[in-house]
Design a protein around this ligand. Structure first.
Ligand code: PLP
Length: 361
C-alpha cells in the first residue's frame, strides 16, 4: 500500500532521552523546559521573533481571530482545508469567499477589493501547498482598507520569499505541527505575530487568560503544548533539512517522469525557497482525474483529493447564500496530491507515474 503521506518518526532512542528528562523533572505541561527549548529552537530555525506554541493549528487560527478582536465578515479562500472556514464561523464571524488564482492555488488578490464592505474586518488566506499568496498585494489592500491579515501557514514550514520567512507577512501567521505536516509534534501548532504585544496576548489567551497564581486577566482557552509533544518536536527539528532535501529529490523525479504531459503544476514564484511539502497535479477534467485516481487505487496507491470540496460549497454554509468561486470549484474537482514521503523510492515513483501516463494516453 502506498499512502499519500506517512508520518516521519525520529529515532525512538532520541525520544526516550527526552521523555526521561520529563520523568526526572516530573513536569508535563505549563511553561515547561521542553516547550521553552522548542520555542527557542524554532524561533532560530524559522528566523522569527514572536512565536507561541499551541496544541494544534486549528486553535492557532482561533486564537489569532480572538487576539485581533475580529468581528463581522472575514475575506477568505475557498481553496483550503476546512479548518480555515470553520474557525471563522466558530469565532462568530462570517466567511466571505474570494476565488483563487489557478496558477498558484492561492486567493486572487485582484478579486479581494470587490468583496470588501463596511463589515469586513480581516483577510484570512492560506499559502496553499506552501506556495505563497501574493503577500505584497494583500498587504497593500489591507493597509488601504484598514483590515487585519492572518495567514494559514500550515503548509509553510521553512518557506522564505526573497530570503524573508513567509510567516513574517501579515499580522499573524498560523502553523500546524500535525503528524501529517512536514515538521510535527504529533499534534501541535505555532502562532507568529508581527508585534510582541499580540504575541503576549496570545501567550495569555492560550493558558485560560490566567497568568500568575491568582491573576485572572481575561477569558482564555486551554491551547498549551505539552512537554511530550514538545519532546517530539525537539527530536524532529534537527532532521528537518534532511527530510526537505529528500522530498526535493522525490519531486524532481516526479517532474522528470511526468515530463510535459497535460498535467498542470503550480507556478513557482521567483525568489521562493520552497519546502516540497506536497505534490499536487491538476488534470484537464474531473473525469480524467477520477480515471487516474481509480487506476491508482486499483494498484493500492492512494492519492488524495486535496483540497476538495471547494469550501464555498460546504453544505453547512449554504444558509449564507451561494458564493460562486468557479476557479476554486474547478480546481477542487480536478486536483490530486500524489504520494510524497521520506521513503518513497524510485520504483514506487515509476509505478505511480506509469499508471498516470498510461491512463492519460
Ligand atoms: C493541517 C491544516 C490545518 C489544521 O491544523 P491542525 O494542526 O490539524 O489543527 C489548517 N489549515 C491547513 C491549510 C492545514 O493543512
Amino acid at each position: 500500500m502506498i499512502p499519500v503521506t506517512k508520518t516521519y518518526l525520529p529515532d525512538i532512542k532520541e525520544y526516550i532521552k527526552r521523555v526521561e528528562e520529563i520523568w526526572k523533572s516530573g513536569w508535563l505541561t505549563n511553561q515547561g523546559h521542553l516547550e521553552f527549548e522548542l520555542t527557542e529552537s524554532l524561533s532560530k530555525y524559522l528566523n522569527v521573533k514572536n512565536i507561541q506554541l499551541v496544541s494544534n493549528g486549528t486553535l492557532a487560527l482561533q486564537l489569532a481571530i480572538k487576539a485581533l478582536n475580529l468581528t463581522g465578515e472575514i475575506i477568505t479562500t475557498p481553496y483550503s482545508y476546512i479548518a480555515t472556514a470553520n474557525v471563522i464561523v466558530w469565532e462568530g464571524c462570517v466567511p466571505r469567499f474570494v476565488d483563487i488564482d489557478e496558477r498558484t492555488f492561492c486567493i486572487d488578490p485582484d478579486l479581494i477589493e470587490a468583496a470588501i464592505n463596511e463589515n469586513t474586518s480581516a483577510i484570512l488566506a492560506t499559502h496553499v501547498y506552501g506556495y505563497p499568496c501574493d503577500v505584497k498585494k494583500i498587504d497593500t489592500i489591507a493597509r488601504n482598507h484598514n483590515l487585519k491579515v492572518i495567514y494559514d501557514a500550515a503548509h509553510c514550514f521553512g518557506v522564505t520569499l526573497d530570503g524573508k520567512p513567509i510567516i513574517e507577512y501579515g499580522d499573524i501567521s498560523c502553523l500546524s505541527f500535525h503528524a501529517t505536516k512536514l515538521f510535527h509534534t504529533a499534534e501541535g501548532g505555532g502562532i507568529v505575530c508581527r508585534d510582541p504585544e499580540t504575541s503576549s496576548k496570545i501567550n495569555l489567551l492560550k493558558r485560560f487568560g490566567h497568568y500568575g497564581e491568582d491573576d485572572y486577566q481575561e477569558v482564555g482557552i486551554n491551547a498549551k503544548l505539552s512537554e511530550l509533544h514538545a519532546a517530539m518536536g525537539l527530536c524532529m527539528l534537527p532532521l528537518i533539512d534532511q527530510i526537505i532535501e529528500r522530498r526535493r529529490k522525490i519531486i524532481e523525479l516526479y517532474d522528470e517522469k511526468l515530463g510535459s504531459s497535460i498535467i498542470q503544476r503550480p507556478k513557482l514564484v521567483p525568489g521562493l525557497k520552497y519546502n516540497y511539502h506536497y505534490y499536487p497535479v491538476l488534470f484537464s477534467t474531473h473525469d480524467q482525474m477520477m480515471m487516474v485516481r481509480t487506476a491508482l487505487i486499483e494498484k493500492d496507491i492512494f492519492p488524495r483529493r486535496y483540497f476538495y470540496p471547494s469550501l464555498n460549497t460546504l453544505p453547512y454554509l449554504q444558509h449564507l447564500g451561494y458564493q460562486p468561486c468557479p476557479v476554486s470549484e474547478s480546481a477542487a474537482s480536478r486536483v490530486l496530491c500524489l504520494p510524497l514521503y521520506f521513503d518513497l523510492d524510485e520504483d514506487m515513483i515509476n509505478a505511480i507515474t506509469q499508471i498516470i501516463l498510461n491512463t492519460l494516453d
